[in-house]
Write a protein of this length. Structure first.
Length: 564
């Protein structure tokens, strides 16, 4: 696994942990956690948090917990739990014996709530949620106290017990912390700790009809687990004083919260709420649609776990939000797949080629390199026969200047095979070219000419007799603007790219690729990197294009360096 140790990666989070180690703040312990809510699938932004938290634990010989903050039964499902577990494992991380859940601590959290009620630091409120928001005030005006704020501890204990027993309707009462309705931080203005919610929980069933709010449960979970460093994204910075207040009021173990900038990528949205809109609105097929930035979608598209870890390592950890270029992620994917993906030949838009001087019925087995970047990858046999398919874009009847591929009278090289020369063009009634008639030079077997003559183009091809049919799906950016969620007064869905998916149903692929299994990643020579879709069947093979061969990020870097 590619992880940066303390000696090589000196981001500000690790510097803080180093300071704690020097002062012996946590007796030398380092325990982190990754705490997703099971109300959706993980996306590439979560991958950054996963790599950071598990990476820190690995660097310092500590442990990272996988804990689900499952406090809202109306939005959480077991399928999301299972999906998140699969995604974190796929990324290459391990959390020990079992995953943890906030619901494991419901009894303890309830006991802590009773402690605050007895101490006069929490009270049962009869205001509705709309009234609570109205009483809370604004950023410029203080809030006002609830008329129920000064109930006695005895009355609050009785009401809270009756809330737990299911005596009241949903929304009839809540439990709130008694802090300060004039605090400049609105989150400190008597926040709600529990609400009545008569909904079945994916783990606890109907055992509870009151559920803790996230801000009450999150910090308590960290404390109960003995987490030393609660590494959160920047939006939780404003929540830190509230977490501190709860822990101090209870006088229990106090982790150190550290905030870092969340990941934002151009031409992408990384909000579970936004992604859910795309799924529910049928703008994508599902959470695992290869256009989605979810880990399950990226995996289906062909992204490797190593490339995502390398991407997270490369972008580092910052204190300020910024947008990372999508091209950098694609560069990391290409860099990894180039070294690991076997090569095959696939023709996406086939054009029939007949070699008129090649013997009828003859088939040759030509040797092809599996991966030039891997000396141990070996070679394979590719069948060659009289009728072939080449890429339609590799032929032009009336080519412009600097078009070096096949055209009437021109000689080109077929990859691993022979030189061929176009002699004739066959068209249908509409005038469209449907076949190209060529001759071949038998002396150029293997792709080299014994007389030293040169050609300017090498084409990929497949034998028509031996190739199999496949469907290829070409994916592009899901949005047409760099920051689709940052446009004022415009729905982000207005920027959806209508050309984000192109399906090519009649592609031709060399026979060796029949042995590929779902999720296998390959390179179609000259076309890009592809992944076998998990919905592939014996009757229909589907390839998803991961990325093209063109490395836009390398060009961006070169252009930036030239300006220096």
């Amino acid at each position: 696994m590619d992880s940066s140790g303390p000696a090589t990666s000196r981001d500000f989070v690790r510097e803080i942990i180093d300071e704690h180690a020097e002062s012996n703040r946590f007796e030398g312990r380092v325990r982190t956690r990754f705490p997703p809510e099971p109300n959706g699938y993980l996306h590439i932004g979560h991958a950054k948090a996963v790599c950071l938290n598990f990476g820190i634990a690995e660097d310092y010989g500590g442990r990272c917990n996988l804990r689900f903050d499952d406090t809202n039964p109306t939005k959480e499902e077991s399928k999301y739990v299972e999906g998140i577990i699969d995604d974190v494992r796929w990324l290459g991380f391990d959390w020990g014996d079992k995953a943890l859940f906030a619901s494991d601590y419901f009894d303890q959290m309830y006991t802590y709530a009773l402690q605050l009620v007895r101490a006069g630091k929490a009270y049962v409120d009869d205001l509705t949620m709309d009234e609570i928001r109205e009483y809370r005030g604004t950023l410029t005006t203080p809030g006002k106290n609830s008329p129920h704020r000064d109930r006695s501890a005895e009355e609050n204990l009785d009401l809270f017990d009756r809330m737990k027993a299911g005596e009241f309707d949903d929304g009839a009462r809540v439990l709130r912390a008694k802090i300060d309705m004039a605090n400049p931080n609105i989150l400190m203005r008597d926040p709600v700790m529990y609400r009545i919610l008569k909904a079945s929980h994916h783990r606890t069933g109907d055992s509870w009809c009151i559920y803790p709010l996230y801000d009450w449960a999150h910090g308590l979970g960290d404390s109960i687990e003995g987490v030393t460093h609660s590494v959160c994204s920047l939006e939780f910075e404003v929540h830190r004083p509230l977490y501190d207040w709860f822990l101090d009021a209870l006088d229990i173990f106090h982790p150190q919260q550290i905030e870092f900038a969340r990941l934002n990528i151009s031409y992408t949205v990384l909000s579970k709420r936004r992604l859910l809109e795309l799924v529910q609105g049928k703008h994508v097929d599902d959470w695992d649609d290869p256009r989605m930035p979810t880990l399950t979608g990226l995996r289906r598209r062909g992204f490797s776990a190593r490339s995502i870890r390398n991407f997270c390592k490369r972008i580092g950890v910052a204190k300020f939000n910024s947008i990372i270029a999508l091209e950098l992620l694609e560069h990391c994917v290409r860099d990894d797949l180039n070294k690991t993906s076997p090569r095959f030949m696939g023709v996406l838009r086939p054009l029939r080629v007949v070699i008129e001087n090649y013997p009828e019925g003859k088939t040759e087995e030509l040797e092809a390199v599996n991966n030039p970047e891997d000396p141990d990858a070996g070679t394979r046999k590719v069948p060659f026969s009289k009728v072939l398919y080449i890429e339609r874009d590799d032929f032009m009847e009336d080519p412009p200047r600097k078009f070096y591929r096949l055209s009437p009278g021109r000689e080109v090289r077929l990859r691993y095979a022979y030189f061929i020369t176009c002699k004739e063009v066959v068209k249908d009634d509409s005038g469209e070219v449907i076949e190209v008639v060529c001759t071949y030079d038998p002396a150029t077997r293997g792709g080299d000419s014994p007389d030293g003559r040169k050609v300017k183009s090498t084409l990929h091809w497949v034998s028509a007799e031996h190739a199999f049919d496949a469907e290829v799906r070409l994916y592009d950016k899901l949005f047409t603007v760099e920051n689709p969620d940052g446009q004022k007064d415009v729905d982000f869905k207005d920027f959806l790219n209508p050309n984000s998916l192109e399906i090519l149903p009649a592609c031709k692929v060399e026979p060796a690729a029949r042995a590929l299994q779902p999720f296998d990643r390959i390179q179609f020579e000259r076309q890009g990197y592809f992944c076998v879709d998990p919905n592939t069947t014996d009757a229909k093979t589907i390839f998803n294009r991961t990325v093209s061969l063109r490395d836009t990020w390398a060009k961006i870097q070169k252009k930036q360096q030239s300006k220096k």
